[in-house]
Design a protein around this ligand. Structure first.
Ligand code: SF4
Length: 96
């Protein structure tokens, strides 16, 4: 006998209201341009939302979103990759 197992999406219980998409009492805002390519993006009624953060734009104000699946590492204000100085000195001491 085959069981009917329906896969539950992360925002399946979200409800579209006049204020916007509401999930567990929080109003969700659509993803921003920086999120393009992230595997966490979930489509709800034709719009893209992040099930991890209600306001994706705030996750990009201080650098790269730490839960982004399409971008790795951290960038400084000039857009250069940040290197942990302690790790860099250990690496240099080992000759790598
Ligand atoms: S995890 Fe970060 S990058 Fe991915 S959709 Fe959410 S806010 Fe955007």
């Amino acid at each position: 006998m085959a069981e009917d197992k329906k896969k539950v999406g992360p925002l399946d219980s979200a409800v579209m209201t006049a204020e916007g998409l509401t999930f567990k009492g929080i109003i969700m805002t659509p993803v921003v341009e920086n999120c393009t390519g992230c595997e966490r993006i979930t489509l709800v009624e034709g719009l893209s939302y992040c099930p991890t953060y209600a306001e994706p734009s705030k996750k990009w104000t201080r650098g790269i979103c730490n839960f982004a699946t399409h971008v790795k590492g951290t960038l400084d204000k000039q857009g250069k990759t940040k290197v942990n100085p302690l790790k860099a000195s250990k690496r240099a001491a080992r000759g790598r």
